[in-house]
Structures are given as C-alpha cells and as structure tokens.
Design a protein around this ligand. Structure first.
Ligand code: ITT
Length: 202
C-alpha cells in the first residue's frame, strides 16, 4: 500500500526509504505532495512525531509515518533533546534561512567543555516513529542508540550530528560508517525493528 513519509529532512528520508525497502511499500515523501510542515509544539519526541504523522495523514488521506529524533547529552541534562534541530536553525545560512549543523555541534561541544575537562561525554540518539491513519488510529515505536561525543567532527556520511557521535563499542563516528553499518546499530534502526515486528510480522 501507499505510505506518506512525513519528513522534510532529506537525510532522514533516505534512511527511512532504505529501512522500508524490503517491505514493498509505495513510499511518497511529504515534500513531493507539497504537504506543509506543522509547527512542532510538543515537548517530547512522541508528541512531535504524532503531530507530524497526524498532519500528513489528514492532509493526504493516506497512512503517514513520521520520525522525531534528537541527540541527548547526559552531562547537559539531556539537551538538546527534542530541540536538536532547533539548535541548528540560523536566520541566514549561506544567504538563506536554514540549518548549520557545524554550528549546532559546536554549541553542544562548547557547553560540554565549559563543564570542565573531566565531564563525561556520554550521549544518546533517540528516534520515535509514529504512524497515523486517516481514521485517527495511530501507533508509536521508540528507539535509542548510546554513545559518546567526540570533537572535532569526523566523516562525511549520514547527516545532522553524525560526525560527532561515536556509537558504543566502535571507534568511528556514525558519519564514518557505511550506511549499512549505521543501520545495524542506529536509534532509527532500533525503532524500525519494533515497527516491523508489530506491523509487518507474517
Ligand atoms: P522533520 O521534522 O521534517 O522530520 P527535522 O530535521 O526537523 O525533520 P527533527 O525535528 O526530528 O527532524 O530533528 C531531529 C534532528 O536530530 C535532526 O535534524 C538531526 O540533526 C538530528 N538527528 C536525528 N537523527 C539523526 C541521525 O541518525 N544522525 C544524525 N543526526 C540525527
């Protein structure tokens, strides 16, 4: 069947399409349908994922999948968390309103360094996937990947904060791992494993 992918983030869209590939769904991006981006007014990943999935399902009349995710740093009381994308918002980036990930990663690093050289660098990525159906039904699945923050950023693959995230048990950052390797251990893959077990089990 058809499924709207309710994200306007190209990096996420690519990963979601890849993770859904084996399931033969007809995935349609919110961008290609011209769906608006609803304001993410929630204070949790679950609330924001549901806001995005519901808005897309209502506007399209099709089932819609949304992903709300972010990076939480233990020593910063879980910040930036649900505000991970907001920390990269820039009024003018390369002449346009947009996002500057290097600036956002630097802000996190700066706050951590201000806490002193021995501050633990533990952090985790969260991913909440929500599916909403036009009749109002919905489901949510949560995933997580633990790791540590590194500086300076390394690697060119992935997106967002991948260059500063070293997953537990590895030396490379997410941005230095091949997509297949990231998909074996990521927060998004963890959430998708739960979604698949529930929605696509034979
Ligand atoms: P949509 O709301 O349109 O889906 P967004 O980028 O605004 O796109 P979020 O509000 O969920 O999405 O923000 C999550 C941010 O967390 C995202 O922009 C990335 O910077 C970061 N993030 C999430 N998953 C990530 C991953 O796998 N690797 C690196 N950064 C990630």
């Amino acid at each position: 069947g058809k499924l709207v992918i309710a994200t306007h983030n190209a990096g996420k869209l690519k990963e979601i399409a890849k993770l859904l590939e084996p399931h033969g769904l007809d995935c349609i991006s919110a961008g290609s349908l011209g769906l608006p981006e609803p304001p993410e007014t929630g204070t949790t990943f679950v609330e924001n994922a549901l806001i995005k999935a519901r808005a897309a399902a209502e506007a399209s009349g099709l089932p819609a999948l949304a992903d709300d995710s972010g990076l939480s740093v233990a020593a910063l009381d879980g910040r930036p968390g649900v505000y991970t994308a907001d920390w990269a918002e820039r009024q003018f980036f390369e002449g346009e309103p947009g996002r500057d990930w290097y600036m956002a990663m630097g802000k996190v690093e700066g706050l951590l360094q201000a806490k002193g050289p021995d501050t633990p660098r533990d952090c985790w990525f969260s991913c909440v996937l929500a599916i909403s159906w036009p009749d109002g039904e919905h489901v949510v699945y949560e995933g997580r990947a633990d790791g540590t923050l590194t500086w300076p950023p390394r690697g060119t693959m992935g997106f967002g904060y991948d260059p500063v995230f070293v997953p537990q048990g590895r030396q490379q950052t997410f941005a230095e791992l091949e997509p297949e390797e990231k998909h074996a251990i990521s927060h998004r893959a963890d959430a998708f494993a739960k979604l698949k077990a529930d929605q696509f089990a034979a």
